[in-house]
Write a protein that binds this ligand. Structure first.
Ligand code: ATP
Length: 314
């Protein structure tokens, strides 16, 4: 795997408060790397340090194939968390202006702009003034602006926020296609279902520090324990006392028992008490959404200490 970006031991403080600490990860050619974490964890600060919008107090950012310390802006695409376009220009001129800023040939930019306007359902909007666009349409135009110059690294800060489900799917497809064509993508998002569907690897920050780093598969193998959902009138206490049950959540007649790591599911099922009331029962692995909540609420630390510490996925 060819690294495009290496972030090494990045640290940043504001007014003596350490915001991020010892942040290290790589983004490879053709992969989608998710940077995740609760509100205020330090994702945007990390991205801003990569983009040179602010400078780290410690560590370094290296763009491979470029001299050390250089930020090759014409090779980076960036969709910032704060959306914003010039209002009194038309859509095509806006996109061409952004291409020009990156020294990208205008003829090619116009062709690519048309191609993406069609793909994102904005055909015929080329001459429409940006201020007449809806929020979602504006976001699509800004997205086109971030990829118009064929960047080798694309940084997307919350690309799905504010989009309807259909537009989210369109964005998802485009992001996957760009990765298939070799673009390295660093994506920050709170939409775990989307992250689970598109990302190859993920880096999770909590309180400014790495908590998980690894491939989606490794992370799921390591952190996605099983849960057993039972519909039927049952005493939650009885379920809590079963072997290998870490906790039980209850909603009406539905109880979800979260199982310990490495539980042998067939054996666990065999041991269920005979008087258990079962209308429906299912066994699933917890989702990335649930892993995220475990991490964000430090629940995984309890789990790690019970196991003697699992460490990172990578
Ligand atoms: N310019 C700044 N001056 C002081 N503190 C800042 C500044 N920028 C960010 N912070 C603080 O740094 C912390 C991390 O903020 P950051 O925006 O990086 O988080 P985030 O993970 O992107 O959060 P969100 O998911 O809410 O966008 C927060 O506590 C924030 O208040």
């Amino acid at each position: 795997m060819e690294p495009i970006l290496t972030v090494e031991q990045l640290g940043k403080s504001f007014k003596q408060t350490q915001i991020i600490q010892n942040i290290s990860f790589q983004v490879h050619k053709g992969e989608i790397m998710a940077i995740l974490g609760p509100n205020g964890a330090g994702k945007s600060t990390t991205i801003r340090n990569i983009m040179g919008i602010m400078y780290p107090d410690e560590g370094k950012v290296q763009f491979h194939n470029h001299p050390t310390g250089e930020i090759p802006r014409h090779k980076i695409g960036y969709l910032p968390e704060e959306r914003g376009l010039y209002k009194n220009v038309n859509v095509m001129d806006m996109i061409l202006y952004l291409a020009e800023l990156k020294d990208y040939p205008l003829k090619k930019a116009r062709e690519r702009a048309m191609e993406f306007l069609v793909k994102l359902g904005l055909e015929g909007k080329e001459k429409v003034s940006v201020e007449e666009l809806s929020k979602g349409m504006g976001q699509k135009v800004q997205f086109i602006g971030s990829i118009i110059h064929e960047p080798e690294l694309l940084i997307l800060d919350e690309p799905f926020s504010g989009l309807d489900p259909v537009s989210q799917e369109v964005f998802k497809k485009e992001i996957q296609e760009l990765a298939n064509q070799g673009t390295a993508i660093l994506l920050s998002s709170h939409q775990m279902n989307m992250v689970e569907e598109v990302c190859d690897r993920l880096f999770m920050i909590s309180h400014g520090q790495k908590v998980i780093y690894g491939s989606l598969e490794d992370v799921k193998n390591q952190y996605a324990n099983f849960k057993c959902t039972i519909r039927g009138k049952n005493d939650a206490k009885m379920l809590e006392q079963l072997a290998d049950v870490q906790r039980v959540e209850r909603n009406g007649d539905v109880s979800v028992a979260y199982l310990a790591p490495d539980v042998h599911v067939p054996s666990w099922l065999r041991e269920l008490p005979e008087n258990l009331n079962i209308h429906e029962l299912s066994i699933d692995r917890i989702s990335l959404h649930e892993i995220f909540i475990d991490v964000a609420t430090d629940r995984h630390l309890v789990q790690d200490s019970q196991e003697g510490g699992k460490g990172d996925a990578k």
